[in-house]
Design a binder for this molecule. Sequence first.
Ligand SMILES: [Zn+2]
Length: 188
Amino acid sequence: MNAVIENSDNTPPPLTAQQAEDRRWMAYAMQLAQRAAELGEVPVGAVLVHQGQVIGEGWNQPISGHDPTAHAEMLALRNAAQAIENYRLIDSTLYVTIEPCTMCAGAIVHARVARVVFGATEPKAGAAISNGQVFDQPWMNHQVAYEGGVLAEACSAQISAFFKQRRAQHKALKQQQRAEAEQARQQQ
Ligand SMILES: [Zn+2]
């Protein structure tokens, strides 16, 4: 009977030190994602951590950077490789707010990143678990440990809020254009 009472207790188990650290870095990646939003880019942020220190960070900016490869993860990898002057980022952990795409997953393997932690899954372009399992391919010459779902709801909400705001802006712009067109017609 006691066991039943204990099982009905909804208090989540305490976080392990690793889980607490993962959440802390994911919250940091979300701050970086916000910088993308400020550029009008889809808010995705990434931070590369080595022995508890930031060695690289990036936020999504393909449109403003005129660069199809300027995803948050790619920029964090480049930033880190420049910082440590090594194209291999051994023993590092990459935190990214959204599940990586095939390009980023491939770059993560090339960079020899040890572990990837992502927030929300990406049902369309996600290449870790959703629409591809790049990290699980046996022919890959480096195995990357990965884990999703860290602060997933918050990461997903950040993206949704961005698109909602963008739709509202488009709508307001259209209304304004229509009003201006109407005004011009009446003045003819
Ligand atoms: Zn990507």
